[in-house]
Write a protein that binds this ligand. Sequence first.
Ligand code: HOZ
Length: 427
Amino acid sequence: MTTNQIEFERATKVLVGGVNSAVRAFRAVGGTPRFIARAEGAYLWDVEGKRYIDYLGSWGPMIVGQSHPLVVERVREAAGRGLSYGAPNVMESELAERICALFPQVERVRFTSSGTEATMSALRLARGFTKRTKIIKFEGCYHGTADSLLVKAGSGALAFGTPTSAGVPADLAQHTLVAQFNDLESVAALFAQHPDDIACLIVEPIAGNMNLIAPAPGFHAGLRELCTRYGALLIFDEVMTGFRVALGGAQEVIGVTPDISTFGKVIGGGMPVGAIGGPAQIMEMMAPLGPVYQAGTLSGNPLAMAAGLATLELISVAGFYDRLHERCGRLVSGLSEAAAAAGVPFSARHQGGMAGMYFMNQAPGDFAAVQTQDVERFKRFYHRMLDEGVYFPPSAVEAFFFSSAHSNSDITDTIAAARRAFAAVAG
Ligand code: HOZ
């Protein structure tokens, strides 16, 4: 047995399925998960000492690469001043000021410890603010594991064939209305059916949990118009896209302003964090100013704030996102060319440092289309790439992530490995 296999067997005896987040168990690709011993720059090393080029990036946060010296230094300094206070610290205000400056409609921020907590609290806030019960989400969009949002969810839930989780009471699920991404008619029909009952519509503005699905032109403008017309709040879940596809998130790319935004991942620089942001009028419905209760012992944790501030400093340098987009584009084009050379039906696309690859000829535009890719071939490709020392997210319905730490030779090496892997899985 390999050391990874030994460690997985050990883990399965004490951790559910051997993991602490379902998608890590490799069920969607088969085989043994790699146990990571350390990470630096663009690389991960497993417990066997094998090095991988890291396109998982902890599912998004590691936009400046792993263990960036500035981030580590700031976290060390913060740790020296205490790990958690359960009382205010100045870094919370500093990070909130940065977010408010970058997102014009965000006047107030509430930090949480995870993206799940942020989206869950955003729903409660929207329901409290509008005094309505129902929400709209999209099939295949994933917003973490709050009960109301685990209905027709994407990501791990989708990969494992349980997009609607057991344990979500039907009484609650009935208030989650499900529309189709990039299909405004499906949204308009729900609003027409429930004109006075919909508190909010939550959407990943660039969907990243049914692989990466780009919004069709006018889709978000249409959502904005419908929400305004029916008095529902528009929530952009930017946990994945925020500070990842552009400094101002997907809303900067798309040019549509939501009522509430949720953030996570990059703003914690790899530490556990989430945030809700919006206009004061809405946000101040939250405790201690308003009746919507929201709280958390570790919210605004000093280490997470320090890591987030350092990461924001690094990504705010002029030209950062142009370079990230250009270099990620080079990788994506190289993958497409490698697939074409081997005659493998394949497509790929990217925005900033977030990308999608699809084992089908044309990049999909909706949930139904992404289901038609050749998942079996993806699985074989996935393992070939792992053998080659390239670590992509272990599922055909996940996006992958590029960082400023990836060098030209990382890109070249990845494309060369892909050429061999595509050749092996052609036919
Ligand atoms: N948002 C990530 C998947 N797309 C979360 C990863 C996880 O579930 O661990």
